[in-house]
Design a protein around this ligand. Structure first.
Ligand code: NAP
Length: 261
């Protein structure tokens, strides 16, 4: 191998903008925690937004700090419009700018339509869909002012294909696809990209309550014959946040082991 190739192999494949600041919602656990740790390992300063799990948020922050990264945690219910405004203002006052927004916070309340009540619908749509609207809305002007930015929304294969017992969840995640494509068109001319990742079955707290029978059945439907790891979703989020993904916008990247629901 010649010197040029040696140098290339020691370089990182994907790089973030220098001195960038990344906001990651739902960073206390699961995919959000892995994404925050991954982006921090690539040099981003992390504003980690969490809902109620202070211990989880502190644990993610400790991992980032012990790896030499920079992070600050912010408790905020993403469904709350005015609280997200206060939180975004605090983040901007702490770090002066935001380069990357990962809208990852999400919940499920699975029920067949017959049992699903208004609260089941409202709470899931408010957190999963309106939560992302809130964060984008409050960061919109500063992205436009900076003429750069990466927005990554975490949707789901359920939002693309639908799923029994997930009318609320699938609708919220399908809404995120529309939000992603609209923002990509609206902000493209300002150098801002907006994409989504659509995970399949990933091993996190969200899927930990599923019975062994349901998990085995799901794995049977996945060509790669296993659930996804949270780090595998984080890597795709990191790619979409990277400089190298600068010409990718309005896309939904399925990360599902080949699953077709
Ligand atoms: P998880 O382990 O249950 O974590 C969910 C995260 O969302 C937690 O950090 C939680 O924070 C945060 N959150 C929930 N409600 C919130 C609120 N109102 N305000 C702020 N934060 C809130 O789930 P996960 O599996 O990592 O899921 C992450 C994302 O991936 C979600 O959007 C989910 O829909 C999506 N996804 C997951 C899968 C899967 O198989 N796991 C598949 C497709 C898509 P607190 O605990 O601090 O409240």
């Amino acid at each position: 191998m010649n010197m040029e190739n040696n140098n290339m192999s020691s370089q990182q494949l994907f790089t973030l903008k220098q001195n960038c600041v990344a906001v990651v919602t739902g960073g206390s656990r699961g995919i959000g925690a892995s994404s925050a740790i991954k982006l921090a390992s690539m040099g981003a300063t992390i504003a980690l937004v969490f809902g109620g799990d202070l211990q989880g948020a502190k644990s993610t922050a400790d991992t980032i700090l012990s790896n030499g990264g920079k992070v600050k945690i912010y408790q905020c219910d993403v469904a709350d419009y005015s609280l997200t405004k206060t939180t975004v203002d605090k983040i901007l006052s702490d770090f002066l700018k935001v380069d990357i927004l990962v809208n990852n916070a999400g919940v499920i309340k699975d029920k067949l339509m017959l049992q699903m009540n208004e609260q089941d619908w409202d709470s899931v749509v408010d957190i999963n869909l309106k939560g992302s609207f809130n964060m984008i809305k409050h960061l919109y002007s500063q992205f436009v002012k900076n003429k750069s930015g990466r927005i990554i929304n975490v949707t789901s294969v359920s939002g693309l294909d639908g799923n029994i017992g997930q009318a609320n969840y699938s609708s919220s995640k399908a809404g995120l696809v529309g939000l992603t494509k609209s923002i990509a068109k609206e902000l493209g001319s300002r150098g801002i990209t907006c994409n989504a990742v659509a995970p399949g079955f990933v091993d996190t707290d969200m899927t930990s309550n599923l019975s062994k029978e349901i998990k085995d059945k799901a794995v049977q439907m996945i060509p790669l014959k296993r659930m996804g790891k949270r780090e595998e979703i984080a890597s795709c989020i990191a790619f979409l946040a990277s400089e190298q993904a600068g010409y990718v916008t309005g896309q939904v990247l399925r990360v599902d082991g080949g699953l077709v629901l």
